[in-house]
Design a protein around this ligand. Structure first.
Ligand code: ZN
Length: 317
């Protein structure tokens, strides 16, 4: 049993609490911390945001601890984000994979792409103002869960862009770094957005926050595709000739999406710069149930454009 474990702060990423444990434990190596907390070193590349073997951790907390696996999953990991477009049995499988020690890849179970490699290395993000306020309030800064969610690139509380820290995510390397002056440098070039783009980024961040806090039952990607087809037909982006024959006007659709969000917003949300965005959108819309990975951010963008409200779209299920 662990002799202590930090109480997690509001919206704190579990990894952040583990990093604070590492500091207080005085352990010299991250591996020692891994063994104490989880009984082994996980090789999962997404363990920073989708930590696994939570059973071991929770069973080793003090008997007085009120912490549960479900609370950790729902409030302190990115599980609710990846569960958004999973059917109940798939979400259950992801939950189960994060609860135990597993050999298969959590990336595959969560149907997510591995963004690491090439130039797309991702880092934990932070808000300068949150770091300052948390240090004043709690005596130390911590990594916020919401800031790490794909598609969230501004702090909804302070209405300013988030910055990349120097702490990589999606890595097999074991590390537990709490935010510090060294890994959250003040002088990183903060992107400046115009007011209209900033406002759209804030609305988008709030939409994603709403989605992860509402446990609705998703009916599956075939349902999603059929909803898309209905919306596209109603908005004249699809011309139907017969039951199985239709034309999708992909260039017109892409132009309308671009006009709705604006180039700056789309580049901010999607820095990877997808080649042939019209074809990519077309694939998300009409072949989403055939793809082994789910681009959640792109689907949320499409849903918001088609229905004008994420809430209305999902409540119509
Ligand atoms: Zn903030």
């Amino acid at each position: 049993m662990l002799s202590f474990f930090p109480i997690l702060y509001p919206d704190e990423l579990l990894y952040s609490g583990l990093a604070r444990y590492h500091i207080r434990s005085g352990n010299r190596s991250f591996k020692q911390t891994d063994l104490e907390l989880f009984g082994y070193s996980s090789q999962q590349v997404c363990k920073v945001t989708l930590t696994n073997n939570l059973n071991h951790l929770v069973n080793n907390l003090s008997l007085l601890s009120q912490q549960t696996i479900n609370n950790l999953l729902q409030k302190h990991t990115l599980y609710p984000f990846y569960a958004i477009l999973l059917m109940p049995q798939e979400a259950w499988l992801l939950k189960s994979s994060m609860s135990k020690k597993i050999n298969e890849s959590i990336l595959e179970v969560a149907k997510m792409t591995n963004g690491s490699g090439g130039n797309s290395t991702k880092y934990l993000k932070f808000c300068h103002s949150c770091v300052g306020e948390d240090t004043q309030k709690y005596g130390e800064p911590y990594w916020h869960r919401l800031h790490q969610i794909p598609g969230v690139i501004v702090c909804p509380i302070h209405r300013i862009p988030l910055n990349n820290s120097l702490v990589p995510i999606e890595t097999k390397e074991i590390h537990y770094h709490a935010p510090s002056d060294d890994n959250c440098p003040l002088n990183t070039g903060t992107t400046i957005y115009n007011d209209a783009t900033l406002q759209k980024l804030l609305v988008f961040a709030n939409d994603i926050e709403w989605l992860i806090n509402n446990n609705f039952t998703f009916q599956g990607l075939s349902w999603l595709r059929s909803q898309y087809k209905t919306y596209l037909t109603n908005k004249n982006f699809i011309t139907v000739f017969s039951k199985d024959k239709f034309i999708f006007h992909e260039q017109e659709f892409y132009n309308a999406v671009l006009a709705y969000y604006g180039q700056d917003f789309l580049e901010a949300i999607n820095p990877k710069r997808i080649k042939n965005p019209d074809k990519y959108l077309s694939n998300c819309l009409l072949a989403c149930d055939l793809n082994p990975v789910i681009d959640r951010v792109m689907h949320i963008l499409i849903i918001k454009f088609l229905a004008n409200s994420i809430e209305d779209f999902f409540k119509a299920q």
